[in-house]
Ligand binder design. Structure first.
Ligand code: AMP
Length: 293
């Protein structure tokens, strides 16, 4: 596994390994913020299994944090991450840029002044984390240009982010033919979605956090017996009872637009999206719920 800390090093490695006439490999890209877990590695595995020369990046992107405290507390475990990726064997290049590489001074003209994300900007994560998705678009715009991937691998764990990246690809990379592959959420046996932020939870809190998964099971079992409002009220209660101090949202949404729904209409599936705070750690998850099994 090559480890590149500068754009120059990255381009050197890509030139040698992908752009060479006799090799001409497809590039698969997995952008991350580090504190890697098996969920991240499952994305690199998918990329590698599809025959890609696989680039993983680690960059804790300051522009996507609306809360400075969250940024400050974001776990950084670079040495562990390198060893973990190396042992997985799915990553060919690990790119660990500094902030100056991604956001050099006087480089503002590179980015769009505003990435037009439609309603995605103002609902759910967009509503509770103002400017978060503008920051996500900025960093991915830069990283996609630098890595020039054929395929990018994103986790369904961040469902709204996947829709935002789809929009970014249309807005900025329409002529580049970059395909986004959305990968299943990797979970602990308990049902808890793996997340870098779980590192800030102790074992008891991790057990409490499984309530999102239990809520989804409850929703699936009762989706045809109760309306969305009743389900939502009961799920909020379940989450509070398990020790969460604050809930940002519990909503049933359209799977393509994330429009918040009062009823399923003629839909076959809806997505249940949840965000809440447990001991000051903000956790999110989402679940496909079959309405007409
Ligand atoms: P992050 O480091 O949290 O920015 O995540 C980097 C990528 O990994 C994003 O595409 C996430 O959606 C994805 N990811 C995070 N957690 C999981 C998980 N439990 N299963 C699958 N993908 C994940």
């Amino acid at each position: 596994m090559f480890i590149c800390r500068t754009i120059k090093e990255l381009h050197g490695v890509l030139k040698e390994n992908c752009y060479h006439k006799s090799i001409s490999s497809k590039i698969g890209f997995v952008p991350t913020m580090g504190a890697l877990h098996q969920g991240h590695v499952s994305l690199a595995k998918k990329s590698s299994d599809r025959g890609n020369f696989t680039v993983v990046s680690i960059f804790v992107n300051p522009t996507q944090f609306n809360n400075p405290d969250d940024f400050r507390k974001y776990p950084i475990t670079i040495e562990q991450d390198i060893a973990f990726l190396q042992s997985s064997k799915y990553c060919h290049v690990l790119f660990i840029p500094t902030s100056d590489e991604i956001y050099p001074p006087h480089d503002d003209h590179f980015f769009l002044e505003h990435y037009e994300l439609g309603s995605l900007e103002n609902i759910l994560e967009g509503l509770y984390r103002p400017n978060h998705f503008q920051g996500v678009c900025k960093v991915l715009h830069k990283l996609f240009v630098l890595v020039a991937p054929n395929e990018v691998f994103m986790g369904q764990k961040d469902y709204q982010q996947c829709l935002v990246v789809g929009q970014l690809l249309k807005l900025v990379f329409a002529l580049k033919n970059i395909q986004m592959i959305v990968c299943d959420t990797f979970r602990e046996d308990s049902g808890l979605a793996m997340s870098s932020r779980n590192q800030r939870l102790n074992n008891e809190e991790k057990e409490k956090a499984t309530v999102f998964y239990k809520a989804a099971q409850y929703a699936q079992q009762h989706i045809n017996k109760h309306n969305f409002k009743e389900l939502q009220t009961n799920i909020v209660q379940m989450i509070i009872n398990s020790g969460f101090e604050k809930i940002d949202y519990v909503e049933f949404c359209d799977i393509t637009s994330l429009e918040i729904l009062n009823n399923s209409g003629s839909r076959v599936n809806v997505v249940l999206v949840i965000a809440g705070f447990l001991n000051s750690v903000r956790l999110i998850d989402n679940f496909m719920i079959a309405v007409k099994p």
